[in-house]
Write a protein that binds this ligand. Structure first.
Ligand code: 5RP
Length: 270
């Protein structure tokens, strides 16, 4: 997706530091509009979030194509000596590998049960800053790490904004144990029968092989035709099913959401 970017955002520091735009100049109104892709917008949101990082922080490192930009940026700032004494807590094996390759010192929740800040992407953000996460498959570790943070900054491009969770028509992931997964998937589907729920096992690479999470579990993706109603009620109902490990609704967890869009950056605080 390529988006013609309005000119005034060229004064945005995060976009300039991401190497995507040049700073505004008196003659800039004569320049042609810059074309930014969706990935550029993700990068701008990520760079903006990293402005909140301070030396000495214990940081939750998110997973996914947006969070990857934030982790890269933290690695760059450490290398340049602009950040010091950072401890990262990765939310997936993939982010762990990325952070190791960038030389970011890592730890875990056992050693650092309270984090200063986490930065991560999301699949959906509703007007109350509730989220759907886990289309990348890392929802359990993300929920553990991000639930242990004093501040949780979510970074998205504007395509992730929805009127209600499930409203994108895309997957709402639920991590389940592999044992009798069809039984658990059927129970999940029945739970949301009135919302026109379709529960599908996530498979790997378009084949029949189940996708396996970092925790050795499966993921069932729920697709809804209608709203699921009260989110807390839905959350409790899912978690009560034996066989369910965790779901991808992150309710009341984000403290800040940074949205990069066609009109620039919007920051929403809880
Ligand atoms: O929850 C996640 C992974 O489990 C991701 O944060 C979410 O899927 C968004 O990913 P992306 O930034 O690639 O759009």
């Amino acid at each position: 997706m390529a988006i013609p970017y309005p000119h005034f955002i060229s004064s945005e520091k995060a976009a300039v530091e991401a190497g995507l735009l040049v700073p505004s100049s008196p003659s800039s109104s004569l320049s042609p509009p810059v074309i930014l892709t969706q990935d550029d917008l993700k990068k701008i949101a990520a760079y903006k979030a990293v402005e909140y990082v301070e030396s000495g922080m214990v940081l939750g490192l998110g997973t996914g194509s947006t969070a990857k930009h934030a982790v890269d940026r933290i690695g760059d700032l450490l290398r340049q000596g602009k950040l010091k004494n950072i401890v990262g807590i990765p939310t997936s094996k993939k982010t762990h590998e990325q952070a190791v390759s960038l030389g970011i010192p890592l730890s875990d929740l056992d050693s650092h049960p309270t984090l200063d800040l986490a930065i991560d992407g999301a699949d959906e953000v509703d007007p109350f800053l509730n989220l759907v996460k886990g289309r990348g498959g890392s929802l359990l570790r993300e929920k553990m790490v991000e639930g242990a943070c004093k501040k949780f900054i979510v970074i998205v491009d504007e395509s992730k904004l929805v009127n209600y969770l499930g409203g994108s028509g895309l997957a709402m992931p639920v991590e389940i144990i592999p044992f009798c997964w069809k039984f658990t998937a059927a129970r999940l589907q029945n739970l949301f029968e009135e919302s026109g729920c379709d529960a599908r096992l996530r498979t790997f690479g378009g084949k029949d092989e189940p996708f396996v999470t970092d925790n050795g579990n499966y993921i069932v993706d729920l697709y809804f035709k209608k709203s699921i109603g009260d989110l807390k009620v839905a959350s409790d109902a899912i978690l009560q099913l034996a066989g369910v490990v965790e779901h991808g609704m992150f309710l009341d967890m984000a403290t800040t959401v940074i949205i990069a869009g066609e009109l620039g950056i919007t920051i929403k605080n809880k």
